[in-house]
Write a protein that binds this ligand. Sequence first.
Ligand code: F6P
Length: 486
Amino acid sequence: MAQPLVLVSNRGPVSYEEDGSVKRGSGGLVTALTGLASHRDAIWIASAMTDGDVEQSSEHGGRAFEVAAPDGGTYHVRFVESDAEAYDRFYNIFANPMLWFIQHYLWDQSNAPDIRRHEVDAFDHGYQVVNRDLAAAVLEEIDGQDEPVVMVHDYQLYTLPAMVRAERPDVFLHHFVHIPWTQSDAWRVLPAGIRDELFHGLLANDIVGFHTRSYRRNFLQCCRDLLDLEVDMERGVVALDDREVWVRAYPLPIDYEATRAVARRDGVARFEEELRRRRREFQILRVDRADLSKNVLRGFTAFDIFLEQHPEFAERITFTAQLMPSRTDVPEYAEYLEKIEALVAVVNHRHGTPDWMPIDLKLRDDLEEAVASYKHYDVMMVNAMFDGMNLVAKEGPLVNERDGVSILSENTGAHEELGEFALSVNPFDVQELADAIYSALTMSAEGRARRASGLKEIVTSRDPGDWIDEQIADIRAKARGAAASA
Ligand code: F6P
């Protein structure tokens, strides 16, 4: 594979602020791909998401250019600008919330969604437009390449593979989905025509990858239930026309060396000083995008119950929640942030005292602050309702210095790997979560040490280089016509 690898995703590794400064892209996808894109000969095609990105893109004539990310690494990035209205429909209506909600079981189906012209237009004149724009950039980049390989990422780009395949039947397409794949009935929310376009778009790939075996199983079952296709569940193969699509699970590891390097930075040390100064006896921590799937409200409700049932912890504990505002133009997300702030006020009012604020809510995206907090928690809460992987569940235990206990939702992808050494919770059961807080805080030192070292061992056993190598090995095997194996 001497030719540059072509990666394509909606969010790129960096984005440009209004003042021209560069910010790292947020979320698990960027964390997953940054190592790959900075260490291999790769070109990363992404949507221009800010005015600054658009400006950079036009300064470079719409072509790829080199950019140094603030956290290190240089990338070859090509920003693709779409019509602003089309992009708004794509991002704020169809990808989020529609697909995101379907893939996290977030729709409260007796109330929403209503599928009106608004939603159908968002697909036809938004989602499809952005997929087409990015597909055109992919086609340009692979022009002249012999047997090109393109790695496509996530739910924003389900129809792009069919667009690329139509023009370049010889391309090898590998698509990784970073979020859960839900069971067939969750997809019945969508009109059949749209559903078919999405599935057939995705099935134009040679390989489709997920974080876990259970998402892989759900996807295969969907192909059977919704498209009536021939599926081999054992080998993970969907047969259609005269092709085979391999369906695989590649659990995403974190770049533990890079995370450890961040933990050693001076900026982190400065935050640690502040944390030590303000620290009570016990510290609970959560770090998340402010997303409905993360189940922030039930986390605070459980803490409320815990304080009610264990008044002996009053004034001795702080629950720090560092939440990054996300997708704030989507009404459901804006409303969610308001509910979070309101609930924090209620819990702090109910239990707080003049010099003790039980919940410390930090609405900001600051990697160094988050990593400083990782080092000092006693309990980390990851209680997502459903979550593709959840990398915080891996980053926290890696750098934590207090044998902190992880409370981990059984519906996160990370639970398949880490469940044995965490306190597993059903994310809907707030009493169980309150009990888990108590168990974590009162656990013996040996119990905490055993779990903490178990988590560290798992988290350092693979890195994103291994993750990519597994995918490249499958790409090579399939390209040379090997038979699929589970
Ligand atoms: O990993 C899931 C994901 O939605 C990515 O596709 C995305 O880049 C990230 O989370 C953050 O979301 P957004 O790009 O919408 O801010």
